[in-house]
Design a protein around this ligand. Structure first.
Ligand code: MG
Length: 259
């Protein structure tokens, strides 16, 4: 995972940030549409088709499709599934919590964001998990400022999650993003004194993505080679934004219409 070896973090120009913003706004609009359309009875394949259609209609390409052989535009991870669930025949049910992760490529630059959608009536404990996970993302984003350290982000996310009795996944981490979907640095959602801990600079673009479990932080990958699930079968949630570090503070490129 993370190492002490110095990595190359590519700083983006203002023109490049604007391109990243355009790509991430397509991600944001796609996630909004999916959140509006998701309902009990719908198959995950139907949601995936809607995502791909929306992305292509915007003139972009679905970034995940074909990435290391991933078959779909969308990662859909339900309940105890953590990340990288593959869309298919499964039907969404009332009470499910459904994590939707979208990536696009537009004009040479990538956008990447995710959220967990409650379907119908979900249990209060599930609602709390979603709230705390989204809050932890924003705790991390607050630390994405010039002069700070990467580990400030990791520690802020972990602190908030553990203060509420949940755990952060160790096996998957956030990442730099730009002309590649995954660039340096890796961004763990937990503090480790051994992790690469560069000072943050204006022009860095970071995809922050806490994956938070109700129970153990431990996960395993199913035989499909992709779907990560919690080892104890309890729920997991995932929120992600692509964020630029700027002199004016964090710029959330994947937030709809906004800074
Ligand atoms: Mg990501």
């Amino acid at each position: 995972m993370c190492s002490r070896v110095a990595s190359v973090i590519v700083l983006k120009s203002d023109a490049e940030l604007n391109k990243l913003y355009a790509a991430n706004q397509i991600v944001a609009r796609t996630l909004r549409l999916l959140s509006e359309k998701i309902e009990p009875g719908m198959t995950t394949a139907a949601l995936d088709a809607l995502a791909e259609q929306t992305i292509r209609a915007e003139g972009a390409e679905p970034a995940f499709k074909g990435y290391h052989g991933f078959p779909s535009a969308l990662c859909i991870s339900i309940n105890e599934q953590v990340v990288h669930g593959i869309p298919g025949k499964r039907r969404i049910k009332n009470g499910d919590v459904v994590s939707l992760d979208v990536g696009v490529l537009l004009d040479g630059f990538y956008g990447d964001a995710a959220l967990t959608v409650p379907v119908g009536d979900i249990a209060p404990a599930a609602r709390k998990l979603l709230r705390v996970t989204e809050e932890s993302l924003y705790k991390g984003i607050e630390k994405a400022v010039p002069g700070g350290r990467l580990a400030d982000i990791s520690a802020a996310v972990q602190q908030h999650v553990e203060d509420h009795g949940f755990s952060v996944v160790r096996d998957f981490v956030g990442h730099g993003i730009g002309r590649s979907l995954h660039e340096d640095p890796q961004i763990p959602n937990f503090y480790s004194p051994a992790a690469f801990n560069p000072r943050l600079k204006a022009g860095m673009v970071l995809a922050l993505e806490p994956m938070v479990n109700q129970g153990t932080h431990k996960v395993r990958v199913l035989h499909d080679g992709w779907t990560a699930v919690t080892q104890d079968g309890k729920l997991s949630a995932h929120y992600e934004h692509t964020v630029a570090v700027t002199a004016e503070g964090p710029w959330i490129l994947s937030r709809l219409d906004g800074r």
